[in-house]
Design a protein around this ligand. Structure first.
Ligand SMILES: [Mn+2]
Length: 357
């Protein structure tokens, strides 16, 4: 397609989008048509592409987060669409494309290989290097796929959100954003630091996502919030790496008990972030009553409104360039909370404005 044809196609898509916006009733009953939030948008007419990635090859505790995208999708039509922060937000159009079969199959196959490796390691046996190689290669293939899908959407003028899967999933999206943005920060909400180096021999473990993200020179800051289940060597790494700002859940709680309002703490946290921000949201950063079926629940953590208060502060003062929500467990309640987080992140991303450095 040459430029002129591209422009004509884009114009037709815009007209079609406008028609959808004019005819859809956001106050109507939720439509269970299999699409995200029951919205009638498709890939071409949505401004935000929410890519579901049902992947949990390297999961160490509870399994099930590969069903996270489905749990979010299934719960999503139950929401009411007036968003306090961005009442017109739904008009951006959000769409979740179907998942390719090879990802579902590869996840199952590699997950059993990875489990065999983990149980060998636990027995003190050195894992079979061939199995380890297969797992690492499969994860690399998934990263490559997501990089490509994210780049494709960005190049079509869209914004992207990712729904995992375990927390190893969003690396490809971060890589795609790094191709477009010379410098950006990551706001990381999680009970865990995910700063381990090749956890259990897996290069792309859920426990290593932020260590892998920091390998991108474009990531200028990593600001971690809600952390409360962390290894001593991760804290040492965070202290030694000047790009990392670690907000322990305990320290944040203590400040609050001593009288500092949460909003003031949110302002302090956001002050550590540069103009462009990617949000990486592990649902286990929240109080586990909001995500009981997540892979590695930890007592403590944030209330949903506290997380939204922090995210709102980011949207008001920074540009949100993308997001992921990971580790959503396979039950209705986790999916319900997850769908609300995805909707809020889409609306805040739409609200946030491009910023100068
Ligand atoms: Mn976590």
């Amino acid at each position: 397609m040459d430029l002129k044809e591209q422009k004509a196609t884009r114009q037709k898509q815009q007209i079609r989008k406008q028609q959808i916006v004019e005819t859809f009733d956001p106050s109507g009953v939720g439509i269970e048509n299999g699409s995200l939030f029951g919205f009638p948008f498709d890939y071409d007419t949505a401004d935000i592409i929410v890519i579901g990635v049902p992947w949990e090859v390297t999961v160490s505790f509870h399994s099930g987060t590969s069903q996270g995208p489905q749990a979010v999708l299934a719960a999503s039509p139950q929401l009411d669409f007036y968003d306090y922060d961005n009442p017109e937000g739904w008009k951006q159009g959000m769409y979740m494309p179907p998942v390719p079969d090879w990802i579902v199959q590869k996840n199952q196959k590699l997950r059993s290989l990875a489990q065999a490796i983990v149980s060998e390691t636990e027995k003190g046996v050195l894992p079979d290097p061939k199995k380890l190689k297969a797992v690492n290669a499969g994860c690399r293939q998934l990263n490559q796929w997501l990089l490509q899908k994210t780049a494709q959407a960005i190049n079509a003028g869209k914004k992207v959100g990712i729904v995992g899967g375990d927390h190893s999933v969003p690396l490809g999206a971060m890589q795609a954003l790094a191709q477009k943005h010379p410098s950006f920060g990551i706001l990381h909400i999680d009970a865990h630091c995910d700063l381990r180096d090749a956890y259990q021999g897996f290069e792309f473990s859920h426990a290593s996502i932020m260590r892998n993200a920091l390998k991108l020179p474009q990531v200028s800051r990593l600001v971690q919030v809600g952390i409360r289940d962390v290894a001593p060597n991760e804290v040492a790494f965070a202290q030694a790496e000047e790009r990392v700002f670690l907000y322990h859940d305990t320290a944040l709680k203590r400040s609050r008990y001593k009288g500092t309002p949460w909003y003031t703490l949110c302002q302090q946290i956001v002050a550590d972030l540069p103009a462009q921000v990617y949000i990486s949201f592990d649902i286990d950063g929240l109080d586990p009553k909001l995500c009981p079926a997540t892979g590695t629940p930890v007592p403590g953590g944030l209330a949903l409104d506290e997380a939204f208060c922090l995210l709102r502060e980011v949207a008001d003062t920074r540009e949100i360039i993308g997001f992921d929500l990971c580790e959503v467990g396979p039950n209705e309640w986790d999916g319900n909370v997850g769908a609300r987080i995805v909707y809020k992140l889409c609306n805040l991303m739409g609200l946030s404005q491009p910023r100068k450095k």
